[in-house]
Design a protein around this ligand. Sequence first.
Ligand code: SAH
Length: 237
Amino acid sequence: PMQHANNVDLGEIAKFEALANRWWDPDSEFKPLHDINPLRLNYIDERAGLAGRRVVDIGCGGGLLAEGMAVRGAEVLGIDMGEAPLAVAELHRLESQLEGLSYRRVTAEALADEQPAAFDLVTCLEMLEHVPDPLSVIRAAARLVKPGGHLFFSTINRNPKSFLFAIVGAEYLLGLLPRGTHQYTRFIRPAELAGWLRMADLRLDDLTGMVYNPLTRRYRLDRDVDVNYLLHAVKGA
Ligand code: SAH
């Protein structure tokens, strides 16, 4: 457990702390997360079924996905290392008067030591590209999920096109995200992520792209995984 103690980049956490009060504003820096939320909720629900499932959402931030899953009938624990995002998530939960939703400030690694094989589903979206050691998070996710359970990860590919779209386009030209939100070197190629899943004894079930159309300002699921992508993995029974 101690070797995981440093798998938190305080600089990354600070970026999200600074913006957290605007998390639920769909016209804020978090607009892209609002825009992709229905797509990913449908993807998760269709592939694993949310109602009645016990779910942990790693790097839950202000709770957009965690709350969406609770609305669909899952019992959700959202975890994050940012204080302000968790406070915002908790306030929104109170306003929404949702049962079966709770939040904790804990790392995936520490929770896996405490509650191994306790969850039917593990989600970890738009988070791996913010941690020093993504494989450590994937291994923790694999320990958190029950045998036969489902895991969902999303992140950003690393290639010239993703640099152009996710950093130059999104942060500098379109201003969808604050400048400095993403570091190119932390982006993860699908083949790298697939290799880490294998190392954690997980089976990759599906890989799908999330593509932004700047003209319609809409995202859609697509075969093109060049920039944003989402995947479904399963832990062997
Ligand atoms: N998963 C959410 C939020 C993504 S933003 C969504 O897709 O809607 C990334 C989040 O990861 C931030 O809230 C940040 O605080 C969190 N984070 C970064 N490093 C982390 C770590 N090591 N452990 C837990 N959360 C972390």
